[in-house]
Design a protein around this ligand. Structure first.
Ligand SMILES: [Mg+2]
Length: 433
């Protein structure tokens, strides 16, 4: 059996763990720069507030206290996700994270009954240890586990844990009710193409001729159909493999054309990308940087430059990557434009261990791994950006707007939850009620 553990309204749930006064209220989490709504609580969904609505349109509701809006706090969500993964690793033989709030667990040696019991136990344990509500879908394949999870969320009858066997009356009934577009990996356009051949539901896809599917559509569709029949065809190992490129980019809090400000934003992204690079033990051969002006401001001159800087030898040294960023910016920067977004991409990655083993290449600076490892350890322990290259200015235009961000309770020493009768806290609670 394969299980899919998926947190309910993950971002909102993370906020509620540390601020229980939000329980039962309509809560939304906003995108970077507080632009639009990217996560909603069940209460907010019930108010028919759509996903993606610009935050300013909700301002009057917020002021009236009908809804609560939070700036996104990715550091907190990322850490809660890591904790969820660790908790599952402590109890399950194998775990494979699929997204920030979805993890597959592999329970090959368990009977259906044991899986059901384990699912219920995990759900209680996660709630108790992390404060997060989750649903668990259990089935013989990834695709069915995804559907089982969906059912566990939608139908209260399952109490958060739904087990689907491949050949049962309830599975058949479910597949007949499920539009094919809701099956994992089948997008809207593909659903339209399947409809031409009278494949409208998940059941139609399951019963379709596999050879025909492969010929008319793709191997992936044929595999999905087999997965719906209960034959495992998808392997998640691919998820464990290191990424082939690493990108860090952000929109600015305010557009800016000042070169040092743009440079500082790029420097920040370069340092973050280098950290990610070392985390997956890769080296990069090339650094690409790009800038965007705001394409919605037709009244302003537009410029979307990018520069690619190949490195003399593969590296994971932040200083080398910063040097390349500087070089790239010199190539592409032009005054007179207001930039809205900057990004750094590391390309053409190679495995650090394999590369350093090859006798042809010696690391250019022997001591740098220790310096970089020390840097990473300090930043992991004390919070991102505790030590960085160059000065950072928290008030710079490019810094994110996040007026309503909660504390990063689990990753910053100076933002820990405080217990006690802090008068401000009491007033704040009273005001919220
Ligand atoms: Mg979820």
């Amino acid at each position: 059996m394969i299980g899919l553990v998926d947190a309910n309204n993950f971002y909102v749930s993370c906020e509620r763990v540390f601020d229980p006064t939000l329980e039962g209220k309509a809560v939304g989490v906003m995108s970077n720069n507080d632009g639009c709504i990217i996560a909603r609580s069940a209460e907010m969904k019930a108010m028919d507030i759509p996903m993606g609505i610009p935050s300013f349109k909700l301002e009057s509701l917020r002021r009236r206290g009908d809804i609560y809006l939070k700036s996104s706090n990715y550091e907190l969500y990322g850490d809660m996700s890591a904790r969820l993964c660790q908790l599952l690793r402590d109890t399950c033989p194998a775990v494979s994270p699929y997204s920030i709030d979805e993890m597959f667990i592999y329970l090959e040696e368990f009977t259906d009954k044991q899986c059901q019991t384990l699912g219920e136990w995990l759900r209680r344990r996660i709630r108790r240890h992390l404060g997060l509500p989750v649903c668990v879908g259990l089935a013989p394949t990834h695709t069915l586990a995804k559907l089982a999870n969906h059912l566990a969320k939608k139908s209260p009858h399952y109490q958060g844990v739904c087990l689907l066997s491949a050949q049962s009356a309830s599975t058949t009934a479910l597949l007949k009710q499920t539009p094919v577009g809701s099956v994992w990996g089948i997008g809207r356009r593909l659903a339209e193409r399947l409809a031409i051949n009278k494949i409208h539901t998940a059941w139609d896809l399951r019963e379709a001729d596999i050879q025909q599917l492969r010929k008319r559509y793709s191997v992936v569709i044929a595999r999905t159909a087999l997965e719906l029949r209960g034959t495992p065809c998808l392997h998640m190992n691919a998820l464990d493999q290191p990424r082939h490129r690493i990108m860090t980019s952000r929109s600015f809090g305010q557009a800016t054309g000042v070169k040092t400000e743009v440079h500082n934003a790029l420097r920040r992204h370069a340092q973050r990308s280098a950290e990610k690079l070392r985390e997956q033990r890769s080296l990069t051969r090339a650094v690409m940087i790009f800038l965007n002006t705001n394409r919605h401001r037709r009244d302003q001159p537009q410029y979307f430059p990018h520069a690619m800087v190949p490195l003399p030898s593969p590296s994971d040294d932040t200083r080398t990557i910063l040097g390349a960023v500087h070089q790239g910016l010199e190539q592409m920067y032009r005054p007179g434009y207001k930039f809205m977004k900057a990004g750094v991409m590391l390309l053409d990655l190679v495995d650090a261990e394999q590369y350093q083993l090859s006798l042809l290449h010696q690391p250019p600076r022997n001591r740098h791994p220790y310096l970089m490892a020390t840097l990473d350890t300090i930043n992991q322990r004390m919070g991102q950006g505790t030590i960085s290259f160059g000065m950072t200015d928290a008030d710079a235009a490019w810094q994110l707007r996040c007026a309503h961000r909660s504390n990063r309770y689990t990753t910053r020493w100076d933002e820990l939850m405080q217990a006690g009768t802090h008068p401000g806290a009491i007033q704040e609670c009273a005001a919220r009620k």
